[in-house]
Design a protein around this ligand. Structure first.
Ligand code: ACO
Length: 319
């Protein structure tokens, strides 16, 4: 299977809505500052024991049901997350069990921060076979669990949620994807739960901002070069939804029209590995991403990691 197509999307969102004014009750900030610097208006946080695993299961089930694909034809389940509930078992194993997937397929979590979903698409493509040509790729985060609610430079930026896609392995066209990483502990870090270190997410916002603004255009150009395509051939560009100003700056650098660059961080904040599949699901539900269209997903984040993938959407509801 050289290529993949997106054939269904799903999502699962927590119900606790936290506005910028709510955040201003916790730290010295304001709706005006957060909106003007990030484009974020509110975010959703887990409540009442809701976990990353719950969100991942909900999103994966939603995508699988909407695809109509029988569980026997699913060849892998990958969950991209930096906030798994367990180091072991992997979230993906619990998702597979809950959905009743076959027991002889690889299911695992993938750690590439906010680029994890794009990495997951590329890895899934390599694992699909003619016998089991479908894969489930999930991005799921409960970032509210690792936020320091005394640090205004990070806690206002992030939210919780999960998105998922069912991908179909196809012989042709090949998947056009580029992935990369630059090791950097200071730009964004989050210690594992079993270390003696604090388990809050820490970030040098300016450094990540600079990295993202340089990386997004380079990544898009490299994917398009590989596909012998131009931005005019792409119906939607879905970047990781960290900050509106990052996407706007990247659009300016590309000299592109902003209309194809989808943005929804106003309602969810930065949901890490979940942000791209949540955005894809919104596009599909709103009828804006339709069968036959091409979508370019672009991730960037902790690691530092980056990645882009150009994928056709071809809905094929089976009975
Ligand atoms: N409310 C009010 N003031 C604030 C806040 C806040 N929430 N946060 C910072 N400030 C203050 C700072 O203290 C600083 O004050 P000072 O000038 O008195 O020192 C001032 O605002 C400016 O701070 P900057 O850091 O220069 O603000 P900037 O315009 O760079 O915006 C931001 C900060 C929004 C974090 C930006 O740098 C950014 O978006 N970076 C990218 C972050 C990102 O995308 N992270 C996710 C990566 S994805 C992943 O892998 C999880």
């Amino acid at each position: 299977m050289n290529g993949i197509e997106l054939c269904a999307t799903g999502c699962s969102l927590p119900t606790r809505r936290v506005t910028n004014d709510d955040m201003a009750k916790l730290v010295d900030t304001s709706d005006e500052w957060i909106r003007s610097r990030t484009g974020i208006g509110e975010r959703l946080f887990c409540q009442g024991g809701e976990t990353t695993t719950d969100l991942a299961i909900g999103a994966a089930r939603d995508a699988l049901e909407r695809s109509g694909v029988p569980v026997s034809q699913v060849g892998t389940c990958i969950v991209a997350t930096m906030t798994p509930d367990w180091a072991s078992p992997a979230t993906a194993c619990l998702v597979a069990q809950e959905l009743g997937l076959a027991q002889d397929i690889p299911c695992f979590d993938l750690s590439a921060a906010c680029t994890g979903f794009v990495y997951g698409l590329r890895v899934a493509q390599g694992l699909l076979t003619p016998e089991r040509p479908y894969g489930i790729v999930v991005g799921a985060e409960a970032l509210s669990r690792v936020l320091d609610f005394t640090d205004r430079t990070t806690c206002v930026l992030f939210g919780d949620g999960a998105g998922a896609v069912v991908v179909h392995g196809v012989p042709d066209p090949p998947l056009h994807a580029v992935l990369g990483s630059v090791g950097d502990l200071g730009a964004l870090n989050l210690a594992g739960g079993n270390t003696a270190r604090e388990t809050y997410l820490r970030m040098n916002g300016k450094e990540v901002f600079r990295f993202a603004v340089q990386t997004i255009p380079t990544c898009i150009r490299r994917v398009l070069d590989e596909a012998h395509a131009s931005l005019e051939d792409v119906d939607w560009v879905v970047c990781h939804q960290a900050n509106e100003r990052i996407i706007d700056a990247a659009v300016r650098r590309l000299g592109a029209s902003p209309t194809r660059f989808y943005k929804n961080m106003e309602r969810y904040g930065n949901t890490g590995a979940a942000s791209i599949p949540i955005a894809l699901d919104e596009l599909v539900r709103q009828g804006m991403l339709r069968s036959g269209m091409q979508v370019l997903c672009v991730g960037f984040g902790g690691g530092l990691t980056w990645g882009g993938a150009l994928i056709p959407y071809r809905h094929q509801k089976r009975s």
